[in-house]
Design a protein. Structure first.
Length: 225
């Protein structure tokens, strides 16, 4: 009798592990978004995962999908301020992105900077929408991000800007995130946890709001404040 109970428990445990792995793999793949490409006004390099995002943007530019590459920039970090006090010049990701674009033959006249710095993805997308408004661009544009970040970018764009067809979300195929094995890699697991929390925050109406949400919204865009 005891042997039968142990065997049943072992079977249940094996099934739980098997189904759990299937669910985790499915969630990892769900995070990836690759909208169909079409001619666009520009390719936007969202901050992070250097150099994969900027390299993918350059590739899309050279393939002729857009005539411009837009670069965003993050606010200066406390770490960089400490380095500056020590007389150590730590380059910003923006500067590295500009250097990479130059090395892969994207002409300077085709690179445009979004002047307003941001602290998070929500503010970053809002700044993109503001630049679109200032330039009279209705879309589409191509937003280049990383694999695990793509779903959140799509959700945030729809929630904050309200014009999903104006943005084509593409992820970088060469970045190291492995969607069907992320739970075996501490770095990937941390990334998925962060993305999950941020997506849940967006779905629940942004109960946790960064200070950047207090800025005024563009008149012709439904940017949430």
């Amino acid at each position: 009798m005891m042997i039968a109970i142990v065997a049943a428990l072992m079977l249940c445990l094996a099934l739980t592990v098997f189904l759990g792995r299937l669910i985790l793999r499915a969630f990892g793949k769900w995070l990836l978004v690759a909208d169909p490409l079409e001619p666009a006004s520009c390719v936007v390099v969202l901050g992070g995962y250097f150099p994969w995002r900027v390299l993918e943007a350059a590739s899309l530019y050279h393939q002729g999908w857009a005539p411009e590459v837009w670069l965003t920039q993050r606010q200066e970090t406390p770490e960089r301020q400490v380095f500056a006090k020590l007389g150590i010049d730590i380059k910003l990701e923006l500067e590295h992105n500009q250097h990479v674009l130059k090395r892969v033959d994207v002409p300077t006249h085709a690179v445009s900077l979004i002047e307003e710095p941001c602290v998070d993805t929500a503010a970053e997308l809002r700044n993109v929408a503001l630049k679109m408004q200032a330039r009279g661009i209705t879309g589409p544009i191509i937003l280049v991000t990383s694999k695990a970040h793509a779903r959140r970018v799509k959700i945030l764009w729809k929630a904050l800007v309200g014009r999903p067809k104006a943005a084509i979300v593409r992820y970088t195929p060469d970045d190291p995130f492995v969607p069907d094995r992320w739970f075996l890699n501490p770095r990937d697991a941390q990334t998925v946890a962060h993305e999950s929390f941020a997506i849940l925050n967006a779905w629940t109406g942004f109960p946790i709001k960064p200070k950047t949400f207090a800025a005024p919204a563009p008149a012709s865009y439904n940017v949430r404040t």
